[in-house]
Write a protein that binds this ligand. Structure first.
Ligand code: FUC
Length: 960
């Protein structure tokens, strides 16, 4: 890849240096006419209670969820809104999901897989998809009796008296679930709506259209007591003809019964939220008519809609911790912030000259969410704390004189939750009722919140959450707040402080973070990029700890009963992207939850391989959930995809490459990889046209429908075969089998270059250069794979570049993040920077960042945070080819910088520093010993290393 000018370093000189001495200093650099402070954005220098460069902060409370600040300990997550008189802390426990252990595989599916392959080989895609839809997809959960329920609801007739109805403003664009009305959060059922309106004379004598936008799912619409429309279907317009003369000048009654079975309910209006519900002359639009009143009365007739059949389960919110602080409506000097060096969120402000400070954190050692309120005047803290769950089956109770309890049961699911809220005041009076804890006149107040469910494993829900939360609080007994906080910080920093990063330049941290996001594209705030990188690490430490569930589509933060894509685990990019930072950013241990999940997918997926394919091995398709569903779901055009086992195994292999942990390879990774390889060994098909081995039936994720032979699958399977062959050699086992696998690998359809010079996404040369699809599946071998790289195949690398250019720059959050990593691998620093600026820009229609710096798909999806953080590092160091490349794609906006603790494959820890875009210092710590090959610009150093030794180099890679 690069010419090597200097390679004088094969002699072994053992230098024992503390590899951490360099990363943590303040430097002053004269640039132009002013002093520029280069500050390492690192845990150690930030320290203390104020995170300095390592904080997100705002000058007002959050209104929207996407403004609130996330805290988490891998098991419990919370979003802190930072309200003053009314505070909301929305929280999650990672095992609270809908559903139950059940059979997901479809008996007899394997009898059609041969036909599917045959149809695809003959190019009969539509027939293959139809057959798969009928006989190959996994089983859904049982459906309730919709007809019986509907008849029951309708039999009750139209209610006359609306005296006791409540009031709601329509339309509720996100569904009535998000109208902020207690009781409607998770409602699927039958709701009556009524409003009254007057009509000007000009509209009275002509035919009109009553336009109610979209209604989910079915409506019965009555005007002045007469049924004028009934439509079933969430996607359908509700435009009903109102014949001339059917309206009065005043007090027309519009009454609508809405039946909603699943997800969003009610009047969801139009995508363009400025378009009102309206009445207008036929043939015209709403501008020519009368907007309907926004204020409607409503009444929930039935909140028990029949069960909707579901392929997989949804991650659920648990409850809100609500605080009321009387008299705190009007405050001064307001500030809320999240200090990611210590994982503590703080809200502070003044009321009548008294400063109030609240701290929030999620302690892993104590397994609780903690809220601490203090004032700078004695006896000034008075607060009422309560819990509110969106689950209909939930109940609060007084447990004892300092504890409030909440019990909940997920609708029609196997899981129930228990939560205890305990108050520990200093001074003041405490009283507890069945709905709240009240503290009056305390010096300070600490609240500890424990939560648990009965989930034990995907096939075991026999846990005792009541015992668990009691035990958790008992263990805290007698511990002073400062100790709990100290232990939390020490625990958190044992992960966080393994890596530091700083890009110099002015830090614009005097601006609220949302304003920094808005200005980031001007390139003058490189420190925000460092903050973004560290925020990715913060989010991983907060959502994925050994022994917990892996980070899901939203990490572990979800406020919705029907979250986007179930907030589950999508394996065709999203789940894996969540773990891109783990190894390279010094959080290798946090990869563990993914490996645990893979072990379970192997167990469940073995059955799916047998029942759906009639073969040994294990398989999971494009999605999984808490119950470890492995059968294909949704539509066959995207739900039948065979690449997931190989991609997940890639993470096991990567963990090995970064750590060189032979025990892990032998005991953990190899058996799983081998069994995945076995699946492919038995399922690769010989392509009748070319004779190559291909993957079928499958798809190029979510693009182009069900096909035989998507390039991505072949890249993945080839990579996996390479891993098991290499592992078997290293471990000295399975020699004969590995030889068979090697031979098979050589027969897999190779990557091809198509008519536009592009890398082909499919076997046939059918790529459309205009197609902007968000997935870059066929570039997998460029990143995160390594099969295509500049060193081994510049022609394919060039084809990948052409394909990536065809896809364009726009995309969802994770799509931008993938492009960032791909452009870094293609060594295009400017393009990498451009995409990073798009990712760190205010979320609008495409991908970007919300005010709380969480990634917008939109909506919120956490993968872009993780992929973006990893991409920043990918521009600074790469180690996927033979050797390590230093500053391979240094961004133009980063003339200065230093990083310490980047991990490289081969078991190396790297610290580096650069000035004016040139490397100035480099230190490599070798964990395991072994050969080191490192490149920078035109320079190359090669040497043998000793375990535990550090090696320093100058800007020309000469040993120091
Ligand atoms: C994949 C993507 C979507 C979304 C979903 C959760 O299906 O194609 O964009 O990220 O996962």
């Amino acid at each position: 890849m690069r010419s090597s000018r200097s390679s004088n370093a094969t002699a072994l000189i053992v230098l024992r240096l503390n590899h951490n001495t360099m990363g943590l200093q303040l430097l002053k650099r004269l640039q132009g006419s002013r002093w520029l402070i280069i500050m390492a954005v690192c845990g150690a220098c930030a320290g203390g209670s104020s995170g300095g460069a390592l904080e997100l902060w705002y000058d007002r409370p959050a209104v929207e969820w996407n403004e609130a600040l996330p805290i988490g300990n891998g098991r419990l997550g919370a979003m802190v809104f930072g309200g003053t008189a009314h505070e909301r802390i929305q929280f999650n426990e990672e095992t609270l999901w809908t559903g139950e252990p059940r059979e997901y595989n479809r008996p007899g599916a394997a009898t059609v897989v041969g036909q599917l392959r045959q149809l695809l080989a003959e190019g009969r895609q539509a027939e293959a998809e139809r057959l798969a839809g009928e006989r190959f997809m996994g089983l859904r959960s049982p459906a309730g009796d919709r007809n019986a329920w509907r008849s029951k609801v309708l039999a009750a007739g139209t209610p006359d008296n609306d005296d006791f109805w409540q009031v709601m403003e329509l339309p509720t664009h996100g569904g009535w679930e998000v109208a902020g009305i207690p009781g409607l959060e998770g409602l699927d059922g039958a709701v009556w709506f009524r409003t009254a309106f007057d009509v000007p004379d000009s509209l009275l004598e002509q035919p009109l259209v009553l336009d109610l936008g979209k209604i989910r799912d079915e409506d019965f619409t009555y005007l002045n007591g007469r049924l004028i429309g009934n439509t079933d279907g969430a996607g359908k317009d509700r435009r009903y003809l109102v014949p001339a003369g059917s309206l009065k000048a005043s007090n027309n009654q519009l009454t609508v019964l809405v039946l909603n079975y699943y997800d969003k309910g009610g009047f969801v209006g139009y995508k363009d939220t400025t378009v009102p519900l309206a009445l207008y002359p036929a043939g015209k639009s709403h501008e020519a008519g009368l907007p309907l009143p926004e204020r409607w009365h409503y009444f929930v007739q039935n909140d028990d809609a029949p069960a909707e059949p579901r392929y997989q389960a949804d991650y659920q919110p648990f409850a809100d911790l609500l605080l009321q602080l009387p008299g705190h409506d009007s405050v001064a000097s307001y500030r809320r912030m999240l200090d990611i060096a210590n994982a503590v969120a703080t809200t502070s402000y003044m009321v009548n000259g008294v400063t109030f400070t609240r701290e929030y954190f999620a302690s892993y050692p104590a397994n609780v969410l903690v809220a601490h309120i203090r004032a700078d005047q004695r006896g000034a803290v008075s607060v009422r704390a309560s819990l509110r769950s969106p689950h209909k089956n939930s109940r609060m109770r007084r447990v004892d004189g300092r504890t409030l309890g909440l019990t909940l049961q997920v609708k029609r699911g196997a899981l129930r939750g228990e939560s205890l809220l305990r108050v520990v005041p200093r001074g003041g009076d405490v009283s507890v009722t069945d709905t709240s804890i009240t503290v009056a006149g305390a010096d300070e107040v600490t609240l500890y919140l424990a939560a648990a469910t009965n989930f034990k494993r995907y096939d075991d829900t026999s846990g005792r959450p009541d015992e668990a939360v009691n035990h958790t609080l008992a263990a805290l007994e007698g511990q002073p707040y400062h100790r709990v906080k100290q232990d939390h910080i020490a625990d958190y920093r044992s992960f966080f402080d393994t890596f530091s990063i700083g890009f110099g330049g002015d830090t614009l941290n005097h601006l609220p973070t949302d304003q920094r996001i808005a200005r980031f594209a001007d390139g003058k705030d490189p420190q925000l990029l460092a903050l973004y990188a560290q925020y990715g690490r913060y989010l991983l430490i907060s959502s994925s700890r050994p022994g917990t569930q892996p980070a899901n589509l939203q990490g572990l933060w979800n406020g919705l009963m029907t979250p986007p894509w179930g907030s589950k685990y999508t394996t065709n990019i999203n789940l894996e992207m969540n773990y891109w930072p783990a190894e390279v950013m010094g959080l290798s241990a946090l990869h563990e939850p993914l490996f645990d999940m893979v072990d379970e997918l192997r167990e469940r997926g073995r059955e799916t391989a047998r029942i759906h394919y009639g073969t040994p091995g294990w398989v999971v398709h494009h999605n999984t959930d808490l119950w470890r569903g492995t059968a294909p779901i949704n539509h066959p055009n995207h739900g039948i995809w065979l690449g997931a086992p190989a991609w997940l195994c890639h993470h096991l292999w990567e963990h090995y490459l970064f750590t060189l942990d032979e025990d892990f390879l032998r005991d953990r990774a190899y058996p799983v990889m081998k069994e995945a390889a076995l699946f492919y060994q038995h399922n690769l098909q010989e392509d009748t046209e070319t004779g190559y081995l291909i993957s079928s039936p499958s798809n190029s994720p979510e693009h182009g429908g069900l096909v035989a032979g998507p390039a991505m699958d072949h890249q993945l399977i080839r990579a996996l075969f390479g891993y098991v062959v290499a592992a078997s050699a290293r471990l000295g086992i399975d020699e004969d089998w590995a030889a068979d696998i090697r031979a098979l690998a050589a027969r897999i359809a190779p990557d091809r270059i198509g008519r536009f010079g592009q890398l082909q996404e499919w076997l046939d040369d059918v790529d459309d250069p205009e197609n902007k699809h968000r997935h870059m599946s066929h570039l997998w071998a460029v990143h995160p794979g390594a099969g295509i790289n500049g060193a081994n195949d510049p022609a394919l690398m060039e084809a990948a570049r052409i394909s990536l250019n065809h896809r364009g720059d726009e995309g969802t959050g994770w799509s931008l993040a993938w492009k960032i990593n791909l452009w870094a691998r293609l060594l295009d620093a400017s393009r990498t920077e451009k995409l990073l600026k798009m990712l760190i820009s205010p979320a609008a229609r495409g991908g970007g960042s919300y005010p709380n710096l969480l990634d917008a798909h939109p909506p919120f999806q956490i993968d872009g945070n993780f992929g973006g953080a990893a991409g920043i590092v990918e521009a600074l160091l790469q180690s996927h080819t033979e050797g390590i490349d230093v500053l391979p794609a240094l961004l133009p906006m980063l003339p200065f910088g230093q990083v310490s603790g980047i991990r490289a494959r081969g078991g190396f820890v790297i610290d580096l520093k650069w000035e004016k875009h040139r490397l100035t210092e480099l230190r490599v710590l070798s964990i395991k010993g072994g050969p080191l090959r490192i490149r920078y610009s035109a320079y190359l150093a090669e040497l043998a290393t000793e375990p535990g030794s550090s090696y320093r180099f100058d800007s020309k890679l000469q040993r120091l």
